[in-house]
Design a protein around this ligand. Structure first.
Ligand SMILES: C[S@@+](CC[C@H](N)C(=O)[O-])C[C@H]1O[C@@H](n2cnc3c(N)ncnc32)[C@H](O)[C@@H]1O
Length: 258
């Protein structure tokens, strides 16, 4: 299956690119994701689609019954494996493959997640369809999609053309729901983030700079008493939600458990 981003990941991105940490906004977003891993993954068979160097899987391995890290960039998987300094933990398997054709057994996973990955995969609906095959009925997915109708579509496209960053493959929100439905998933939670890009804006989009939102990252990353980030409250509001970039959807696989 063609994917111009394969070569870009092979050659342009260092393994350090994906390391967790960073500023308070990044850390707040990471905390949102780790909460989902704890809630849906504890004691379960888990799959990370686009695991890169395993920064989300590794801290949770003891909580998961088993874990599969899937990524098509062997370099990142090698780095992940090397971080154990010898043999992989017995409950971890690393699979180098395209997420649109996963060599993963039918109904073998209780919880699959994919962070910061689906929005750079062409024909991402194939990944969703594959998840419909590998996730057991009653199991869950937590998936981040990139909204086509967002400022980030302009920013990511411009960075791709200027610096050969991964080409964005953002989708319409209606298509996310359609693809999940077709794969046999029912949405249980749908959260929106990043109505402002929050990234550096390339020079040719100078007019967008006042809207980049970068100076606001600290404020938008604050968590309110209810646990939600300020960004989520703003980006998830009825008016702005259709234009927010990052849509984090939790869905349950329908069907009879065997
Ligand atoms: C931006 S990184 C995100 C890494 C990690 N999930 C995180 O949130 O830090 C995207 C990862 O997805 C992988 N990837 C992109 N397209 C893929 C595909 N079609 N199949 C498998 N892996 C893919 C890349 O190799 C890269 O490691």
């Amino acid at each position: 299956m063609t994917d111009g981003n394969k070569e870009i990941y092979d050659t342009r991105y260092g393994a350090a690119t994906f390391q967790l940490g960073g500023d308070s906004y990044s850390r707040a977003m990471q905390a949102v994701r780790f909460e989902l891993l704890e809630r849906y993954g504890r004691g379960r068979d888990v799959l990370d689609v686009g695991c890169a160097t395993g920064d989300y899987l590794k801290p949770c391995l003891e909580a998961f019954r088993s874990a599969v890290g899937l990524d098509y960039t062997q370099r990142f998987l090698d780095e992940f494996a090397a971080s154990f300094g010898g043999a992989l933990p017995p409950n971890l398997r690393l699979v180098c493959a395209d997420a649109r054709e996963m060599p993963i057994a039918d109904r073998s996973v209780d919880f699959a997640f994919s962070f910061a990955t689906l929005y750079s995969i062409p024909q991402g609906e194939r990944v969703v369809a594959e998840l419909g095959r590998v996730v057991r009925p009653g199991g869950h997915v937590a998936l981040e999609f990139g909204n086509l109708k967002s400022l980030n579509t302009l920013v990511a496209g411009a960075w791709h053309r200027a610096e050969s960053w991964a080409e964005p493959h953002h989708v319409k929100l209606a298509d996310i729901r359609r693809h999940l439905d077709a794969a046999g998933f029912a949405v249980v939670d749908w959260r929106a983030f990043q109505v402002l890009p929050l990234y550096a804006v390339p020079r040719r989009l100078f007019w967008l700079r006042p809207l980049s939102g970068r100076p606001l990252r600290g404020l938008l990353g604050r968590r309110l008493a209810a646990g939600r980030m300020v960004d989520e409250v703003v980006s998830g509001s009825a008016l702005l939600r259709p234009f927010a970039f990052r849509h984090l959807v939790v869905a349950r696989r329908l069907g009879e458990a065997c």
